[in-house]
Design a protein around this ligand. Structure first.
Ligand SMILES: O=C[C@H](O)COP(=O)(O)O
Length: 320
């Protein structure tokens, strides 16, 4: 995370009004990323471990309870077994996920569980503002942020107002996100664009810029609940906006793809994309997170395979 957070800037349409996305070029680059072979041997294990540290380990289900949140927190604190870490000769390193991500009602349970497993420093992120649709009045959306922060969330994942975005009311989007940033206080704000509902890549670019102007510390692709979630095509557009924003303001904003990322191979492709498009510093949890509920299981399996030469049995590593 950016040390002092993104304070944002005044609304300025010149940041995005002339944007033109070169769709064939973006699609070509995305296809090339999706079909590539990733690094092999110990470099692959290094990247997989790096991916573990970038996960926002997530549970966002209607049947969440303090007990499944507590299990999630245990996994966040011990994402890879000590035996595997020893075999990989990295057991001296503190390896945890980047954060846990839960609904506001589960923040207290998450904080208590992380304390109990001896890792209170793992950030608790909470979705807020009427996640996933944001279809409530602004006042309760702002209250929800304050409630989650008050319970101990240090990262807030807000959803933007897609009704405004689709109507081209970008100032409306900016004003709301600006107020959400204020409600976050010192908590870091990730803004979820829900790109699968924005209708065009031009809108994805505009929404990215507007959120960064309003103070987003991260821009995030999706809630995981839309029909289409994290894709390389939208990611490339959002990353270009991050680069353009950095060039204009000097402010580094992080990136969080989320929704449907389930395999170790995919996680490594996302990391390599960050490295190539934005540079090494965007491959660590300060500026890169992967929002995922099930990815950790595959990363663990692949690391076990690298360390032992065989895949774990269901008894050694129960799925899910
Ligand atoms: O923000 C995180 C997403 O909701 C997780 O989506 P997923 O369950 O497809 O991994």
């Amino acid at each position: 995370m950016a040390e002092h957070g993104n304070l944002g800037c005044e609304y300025d349409e010149s940041f995005f009004k002339d944007v033109r996305i070169n769709l064939p070029a973006v699609k070509r680059r995305a296809a090339e990323l999706g079909s590539r072979r990733t690094v092999k041997k110990h470099w692959q294990a290094d990247w997989q471990l790096r991916a573990v540290t970038c996960i926002d380990l997530t549970t966002l289900a209607g049947d969440d309870t303090p007990s499944n949140v507590s299990r999630l927190c245990f996994k966040a604190a011990h994402p890879v077994s000590t035996d595997v870490l020893k075999m990989l000769q990295v057991d001296h390193k503190e390896i945890t996920t980047g954060a846990v991500c839960v609904y506001p009602n589960q923040v207290t349970a998450a904080k208590e569980s992380l304390k109990m497993v001896g890792k209170p420093s793992i950030p608790v992120a909470s979705v807020a503002t009427g996640f996933p649709c944001g279809q409530t009045a602004l006042a309760p959306r702002l209250e929800e942020i304050k409630y989650a922060v008050n319970d101990g969330a240090t990262e807030i994942d807000i959803v933007i107002n897609r009704t405004y975005a689709l109507a081209g009311n970008w100032k409306g989007v900016y004003d709301e996100v600006r107020q959400m940033k204020q409600a976050c206080g010192s908590a870091h704000m990730k803004t979820i664009l829900a790109t699968g509902e924005l209708g065009s890549l031009n809108n994805v670019y505009k929404a990215s810029m507007v959120c960064m102007m309003a103070g987003a510390d991260f821009i995030k692709t999706s809630t995981g609940k839309e029909g289409v979630n994290a894709t390389f095509v939208v990611a490339l557009v959002m990353i270009r906006a991050i680069r353009d924003f950095l060039q204009r303001t000097g402010i580094r904003v992080g990136f969080k793809p989320a929704g449907g990322i389930r395999t170790a191979k995919d996680a490594c492709v996302w990391l390599s994309m960050m490295k190539e498009e934005l540079g090494d510093e965007y491959t660590n949890p300060r500026l890169f997170r992967i929002g995922a509920s099930t990815l950790l299981g595959d990363l663990e399996r692949q690391l076990y395979h690298f360390a032992t030469g065989v895949y774990p049995s269901v008894v050694e590593m129960p799925l899910g």
